[in-house]
Design a protein around this ligand. Structure first.
Ligand code: ATP
Ligand code: FE
Length: 355
């Protein structure tokens, strides 16, 4: 099967072609056009601007993906598209474009949940079997998913406030470091003392796999302001120590909650236990190293897909479309764009016409 896919749920316009079958597919082309330049002046993604840019660029991305794969529409079996969750204007741009392609070429249309795309990425990159445990950590999400099948997800827990990527970005902003915050905070942390500031480890005293990151941000703000009040500013070392202490808190919280999620996952005695990660925060080397240790401790394999497939892309949407299409599921032209679409209710029936 050869699947073309479109992704436009946030601030990346993307198209990709994936070929193969469930558990054994490869990426023939993956095009991602970021919009950082368009939103920089506003300090965050402006939904209206994002939607317009997607509408303008999707066509071009699709053409580029087909050219890269050296294919035409006649070689494609189905068109997959992110139908949610995400910024509704962007999702609509993608869904409209995919419907246009489906109507114009007669190709079947397959609506895909963006989070399912992230969650199934290790099946695309490493061909692993079910069930596995997925930790999705990005700028917008943080959750543990028990993945039992291409459309069978259970959410074991997740953040009750900010996502870790958001916390990294806010930390960078508070310390005057460049965006995106993750890489700059990580770089500073390498020269810092992680024990200088005792930042909170929220929710560790409570059972379960839920996480919280907003208190951490407040604690960092207080520590920063105390230093400024005391000495009139921050030294290089202060900044590095703040970053290192912040990152250490995130690492600890993620490690402990992952331990608990693994415990739940392992009670079913999966034959080949796997912990996989997805999302931009999975790029963090300290977080990766700690999750690797936590997995090794319980005899689970640890999988972190290449970064280009961890952050938003259309290859994961094409692959997820392939999994649905392979079981005979398609959508018709009434496929709806959904701003909210929690994964554990991600039954195939999309609002407005799934089969
Ligand atoms: P989503 O895809 O969930 O809607 P998003 O598009 O913001 O959200 P991603 O593109 O997956 O998320 O990841 C971007 C986030 O990853 C940013 O918040 C960024 O700071 C964070 N990030 C990137 N590299 C690192 C790193 N080395 N350490 C920590 N965080 C990082
Ligand atoms: Fe995403």
């Amino acid at each position: 099967l050869t699947i073309l896919a479109l992704e436009s749920s946030c601030d990346d316009t993307a198209a990709a072609v994936v070929r193969g079958r469930p558990g054994a597919a490869q990426v023939l082309a993956s095009v991602v056009q970021g919009q950082d330049d368009l939103h920089q002046a506003f300090g965050g993604v402006v939904p209206e601007i994002a939607a317009r840019a997607h509408a303008e660029r999707l066509d071009i991305c699709v053409k580029q993906a087909l050219t890269q794969a050296n294919l035409t529409f006649s070689d494609i079996d189905a068109v997959a598209v992110t139908a949610g969750p995400g910024l509704i204007g962007g999702v609509l741009s993608g869904v409209m474009c995919a419907k246009g392609i489906a109507a114009g070429t007669g190709l079947p249309l397959v609506g895909v949940n963006h989070l399912a795309g992230h969650a199934l990425t290790p099946r695309l990159t490493d061909g692993i079997g079910f069930p596995y445990l997925m930790l999705l950590v990005s700028g917008g999400h943080c959750q543990f998913l028990l993945v039992r099948g291409p459309e069978d997800f259970s959410r074991l827990g997740g953040t009750i406030d900010d996502a870790p990527g958001e916390a990294f970005d806010k930390t960078a902003r508070l310390l005057g470091l460049p965006q995106p915050g993750g890489p700059s905070v990580q770089a500073e942390a390498e020269n810092g003392d992680p024990t200088r500031f005792a930042f909170p480890r929220p929710l560790l005293d409570r059972p379960g796999c839920d996480l919280s990151f907003s208190g951490l941000k407040t604690a960092l703000l207080r520590a920063r302001d105390a230093l400024i009040a005391d000495k009139g500013g921050l030294t290089e070392q202060d900044r590095a120590d703040l970053c290192a202490s912040f990152q250490a808190a995130v690492v600890d919280v993620l490690a402990e909650k992952t331990r608990r999620a693994l415990e739940v996952y392992l009670t079913d005695k999966p034959p080949e236990p796997v912990l996989a990660v997805a999302g931009g925060v999975a790029a963090n080397t300290a977080i990766r190293a700690s999750l690797e240790t936590v997995s090794a401790d319980v005899g689970a394999r640890f999988i972190a897909p290449p970064l280009a497939l961890c952050t938003d892309n259309a290859a994961m949407i094409a692959y997820t479309g392939l999994e649905r299409f392979a079981t005979g599921k398609t959508d018709d032209l009434t496929l709806a764009a959904r701003p909210r679409w929690p994964l554990d209710t991600a039954s195939p029936a999309l609002v407005g016409g799934g089969k």
